[in-house]
Design a protein. Structure first.
Length: 281
């Protein structure tokens, strides 16, 4: 990837993390850790890969994104707002009664949200349905689904994986955000889904790997996945829960805990520091 492009994506991902922090802080609730871990992935998808039009959020030919780990909605809302689907000001009213942005994505109310999610395991099933619909109607849109690694403990995920391979859905790319933590602690201690790659291969998927915080790695994995034919593809991305804020990183306690004022100020200072350094240079 060209250096200028990479720097632009890094700046965009940092802005998404700042937005996530603002959302959860002002709402006094929300899931910050797992939102931070997918910001780079969303930055790449919306800036480099997905065919979407903020002016026509229901355009039939658009690529679809299903956030199966729907509790990470602050990250999705951030990228949608920064992409022009709705005013950024809405981010400061997360979870407010009567406002646009709910605790989990709602396709009926929020422009740019392709599927209502929240009950873990169901999003990937919806993504499979969308991919089947694309095949049946001979449309060339692509479907992307982002799952949590703890979400793989849901049996419905594997029913969807089986059907996707049976229907040879090469228009479907799933991403497993492997940050290793869920609300109750380490996933391998709660109910281990490992080996994730071998299990998906056994269900008939092609599997690729990515460092979730390296844009060269993300680009390589997505390009490999896009080249797959006659079967769905999975990107297993290794990520850091709470990425970008030192005291949140790799801490299960930040799964759904909002920062207090002191923590908010410290986190904002850390997230803003790289951009301030670039500006000085």
């Amino acid at each position: 990837m060209e250096q200028d492009k990479k720097m632009e994506l890094e700046r965009f991902a940092r802005q998404l993390r700042i937005d996530v922090l603002e959302e959860v802080y002002h709402a006094h609730s929300g899931h910050i850790g797992g939102s931070m871990s997918i910001c780079d992935t969303l930055a790449y998808l919306y800036r480099c890969l997905m065919r979407v039009d903020p002016g026509q959020p229901h355009w039939a030919g658009r690529d679809r994104l299903v956030l199966s780990k729907g509790h990470a909605s602050p990250a999705l809302y951030a990228v949608l707002a920064e992409s022009g689907f709705f005013p950024r000001e809405e981010l400061f009213h997360l979870r407010e009664i009567g406002r646009l942005l709910q605790g989990h994505p709602d396709m009926k109310k929020i422009p740019g949200v392709d599927m209502t999610t929240g009950s873990l395991g169901q999003g990937i099933s919806a993504a499979v349905g969308m991919a089947i619909a694309g095949k049946l109607t001979c449309q060339n849109y692509r479907v992307f689904a982002i799952l949590g690694d703890g979400e793989l403990q849901e049996g419905q995920v594997w029913e969807a994986a089986m059907l996707a391979a049976h229907r040879k859905l090469d228009n479907l790319i799933a991403v497993v955000d492997n940050n290793g933590l869920q609300i109750d602690g380490a996933i391998d201690q709660v109910n281990s889904p490992y080996p994730i790659d071998e299990k998906f291969r056994a269900f008939g998927w092609d599997v690729f790997y990515a460092d979730a915080h390296d844009f060269d790695s993300l680009e390589q994995a997505f390009q490999q996945a896009l080249a797959v034919t006659d079967r769905p593809a999975l990107i297993l991305q290794k990520s850091v829960k709470g990425k970008g804020v030192s005291f949140m990183e790799n801490q299960a306690s930040w799964h759904g805990t909002p920062p207090n004022e002191e923590q908010y100020t410290l986190a904002m200072t850390e997230l803003a520091a790289p951009q301030q350094k670039e500006d000085r240079e």
